[in-house]
Design a protein around this ligand. Structure first.
Ligand code: ATP
Ligand code: MG
Length: 367
């Protein structure tokens, strides 16, 4: 099989690495000046709008998939008229706009935070009066890793935040006093075969995911799976998807949906019988899916801005280092570390030791 991946970041890189043992060949498209997937697959620097003209490249692929949610849906729809695209352009349209996404989730009975559509400072004033503080203003499109979103504490923040948001179409969300944040990763084939990974607990700092930990037998697992099943069936979803949830008053409330492999599923590379990357590829190739079973207590830590010396990080037994080949930069995800252990107690000890190593890291040069 031959897969064309739209988007050339670390998700593409890890898809390519998972594709090789399955005999799947990949090429990557990304208009950015650099691509960290280019080290592992041929990379084509093409503007999204020009992609439909690259007929030979498109014809090469048995299936086209995406890891970037910034591919314009119009481009994806155009490709889908002649090529197999998975997940579909419709899915990207629903999830790529926070307003559409909230409507999609609500329509299917998945609870979401109270929210309003914002197009002006007057809208923002009216919405904050209704939803109260704290609340979050988020661009409808193009936000990620906390970019394009602002936490509002008081009425005095409104003008400055609206200016920072450059007046772009946005939504306002009520601040949710959540007990914890979890995500569900699921993979589905066109015929309906579907697997769900164990719910994963996530911690964020300044809007960026810092660590994820799969939970064994979480009481909300069945409810999360029911939501995923309904969402995926409704759009005949093909591939891997992530739903991020807040847990408030012991109940799930969806925050957002990512129609792709997801950072909170990176632990599956070492912690699950089949990784989210392998199952994404298996789903889009319409091959049988692999078991999502958790193999052992596992924890994933993001390496943000810089990474520790390999010799230090790898000295810890059960540590698996993934560097993305990206230049160090504050706030940038440059890699992750997965820890696995035979017991929860051992995992915590390893985690504490790794925290010490990470505290000492310096921005090492690119390997
Ligand atoms: P990512 O790319 O990491 O998913 P993002 O930029 O898409 O991030 P969100 O997932 O919407 O942004 O928000 C990032 C984090 O900010 C959330 O995981 C949560 O910790 C906090 N947050 C966002 N919205 C709310 C809210 N309505 N109430 C409370 N906390 C929130
Ligand atoms: Mg998020």
């Amino acid at each position: 099989m031959k897969v064309l991946i739209l988007g050339g970041g670390q998700l593409a890189r890890m898809l390519v690495l998972a594709a090789a043992p399955l005999g799947i060949r990949c090429q990557v498209v990304d208009p950015a000046a650099e691509s960290c997937a280019a080290e592992v697959a041929p990379w084509h620097r093409i503007e999204w709008a020009a992609l439909p003209e690259h007929r030979e490249l498109l014809a090469w692929a048995d299936v086209i998939t995406y890891e970037s949610e910034f591919v314009p849906t119009a481009v994806l729809s155009a490709l889908a008229t002649q090529h197999k695209v998975a997940p579909s352009a419709e899915v990207l349209q629903l999830s790529g706009d926070r307003w559409h996404e909230k409507q999609w989730l609500s329509r299917l009975g998945v609870p979401v935070a109270p929210h309003r559509c914002i197009d002006s400072l007057a809208d923002l004033q009216a919405a904050t009066a209704e939803l109260g503080f704290p609340c979050f203003l988020k661009w409808r499109q193009q936000g990620y890793d906390g970019k394009g979103q602002w936490r509002l504490q008081a009425e005095s923040d409104l003008a400055a935040v609206w200016q920072a948001a450059q007046g772009r179409p946005a939504i306002l969300e009520a601040g949710i006093a959540f007990e914890r944040e979890v995500s569900l990763i699921a993979s589905r084939r066109a015929g309906g075969e579907l697997v769900c990974y164990p719910l994963t607990e996530n911690r964020h700092q300044e809007g960026i995911l810092i660590h994820s930990r799969p939970l064994r037998d979480d009481p909300l697992q069945a409810a999360a799976e029911a939501h995923a099943r309904r969402l995926m069936q409704a759009v005949n979803y093909v591939g891997t998807l992530a739903i991020e949830f807040f847990v408030a008053d012991g109940q799930l409330m969806a925050n957002e949906v990512a129609p792709r492999v997801h950072n909170s599923g990176h632990w599956t590379l070492e912690g699950a019988e089949t990784s989210q990357f392998a199952n994404h590829l298996r789903a889009i190739c319409d091959w049988p899916l692999g078991s999502p079973q958790l193999l052992a207590p596992t924890l994933m830590l993001n390496l943000i801005g810089s990474w520790p010396a390999e010799s230090l990080a790898l000295a810890e037994q059960g540590a698996h280092l993934h560097l993305y080949g990206k230049a160090p930069r504050p706030g940038r995800k440059v890699g992750h570390l997965t820890l696995r252990a035979s017991s929860e107690g051992e995992l915590m000890s390893r985690w504490l030791r790794v925290q010490t190593i990470l505290a000492r890291r310096s921005a090492a040069p690119l390997p």
